[in-house]
Design a protein around this ligand. Structure first.
Ligand SMILES: Cc1ncc(COP(=O)(O)O)c(C=O)c1O
Length: 338
């Protein structure tokens, strides 16, 4: 085991021992390669550097209460990466190849998987890059799939805390028929300005509205939005939202816990009716939302800075499954035999 100050880890790059790579050329993927090299040598004219032909994924491995190591739903990340690759006309890995690469990355970096008691985890970042040289815009048929990892701290160090966010109309994250529903680097590039704007104004994140009408709730920064009212879990349905695997899991957990689940349009005004609101994603599982500020209309949607009961219950349940404390009745975990 590495001598790592687990308690001090945040969400940042951390050098581990190995990463896993595959190269696609001449119509096929190479065998898996394992390397300790943190750098990539590619041509300065590679398509990913100029035209954003780049996609990625994010998932976690957890050392459980029983000492077992589990990857959470890697097959879902694989399917999402395949969708993203198809959208950018990049060579797509198979589900088996993606999961095999993730498992190997975890095994090779066993010393970097945080101990159970720390509440930390191992974050994996599979990245697919169009590496073919080109000057003109076109689809490419050469790519690298690189899977690296980093130990990351628990998102909430001193217990769950609620956040304040800004409702954004000055920048849209994704067009109605753009790439919002796939995990391409360009989506993050095109929303970085609004995130900085929110930070400057003292908010920790941004709630985006639908780009066509600015009347419906869409993505919450790099996470999905949900609201709770009348024992119902409500989350927006839109072609420009990334299908979050955490949200998919929470919808199932909400149903298992006896809540009604609704995936539908959420008009901005409906924000006033929620008893609790949250953002969900791999990094935090759930970030409770304390308040949303609509500065354009001078309206605040206040949910209180005390973490809501339903958010807490769903968070505990999902983390319980990930750390092996709660029975995994839907078979979401993939155990990594070390
Ligand atoms: C834009 C965006 N939405 C939602 C999510 C949450 O997705 P997941 O739960 O699969 O991590 C992420 C993180 O991957 C994201 O970047």
């Amino acid at each position: 085991m590495e001598n790592i100050k687990w308690g001090e880890l945040g969400f940042a790059y951390y050098k581990t021992a190995f990463n896993v790579r595959y190269h696609y050329a001449n119509g096929q993927w190479s065998q898996m390669q394992v390397t300790d090299d943190e750098y990539i040598k590619m041509h300065m004219s590679a398509a990913c550097l100029h035209y954003g032909l780049e996609i990625f994924e994010g998932l976690k491995a957890f050392r459980g209460v029983d000492g077992k190591v589990r990857l959470f739903r890697p097959d879902e990340n694989a399917k999402r990466m395949i969708n993203s690759a198809n959208r950018l006309c990049l060579p797509a890995p198979t589900v088996e190849q993606f999961v095999e690469g993730c498992v190997e990355c975890v095994k090779r970096n066993a010393d970097f998987i945080p101990p159970y008691e720390t509440g930390a985890s191992l974050y994996l970042r599979p990245t697919l890059l169009g590496t073919k040289t080109c000057l003109g815009v076109r689809a490419v048929d050469e790519a690298d799939l690189i899977i690296f990892c980093a130990p990351v701290g628990p998102y909430f160090k001193g217990g769950m805390t609620a956040i304040k966010a800004l409702i954004m109309r000055d920048q849209d994250r994704a067009a109605p028929r753009g790439t919002g529903d796939v995990k391409v680097g360009g989506n993050y590039a095109s929303s970085i300005w609004s995130l900085e704007e929110a930070h400057t104004k003292g908010f920790s994140n941004v709630l985006y509205l639908d780009a066509a009408t600015h009347s419906k709730v869409e993505e919450f920064g790099a996470a999905n939005f949900f609201g709770i009212k009348n024992n119902t879990y409500v989350t927006p349905k839109s072609k420009s939202i990334l299908p979050s695997i955490t949200n998919k899991s929470l919808r199932q957990i909400a149903a298992d816990l006896g809540l009604t689940v609704e995936e539908r349009d959420i008009p901005v005004e409906e924000l006033a009716t929620f008893e609790e609101a949250g953002a969900c994603g791999t990094a935090a599982v759930i970030s409770p939302i304390g308040a949303l500020y609509d500065l354009d209309n001078n309206v605040t949607y206040d949910y209180g800075m005390k973490v809501g009961e339903t958010c807490k219950k769903m968070y505990d349940h999902l983390q319980g499954i990930q750390y092996g404390r709660v029975e995994d009745i839907h078979n979401w975990n993939v155990e990594v035999i070390m």
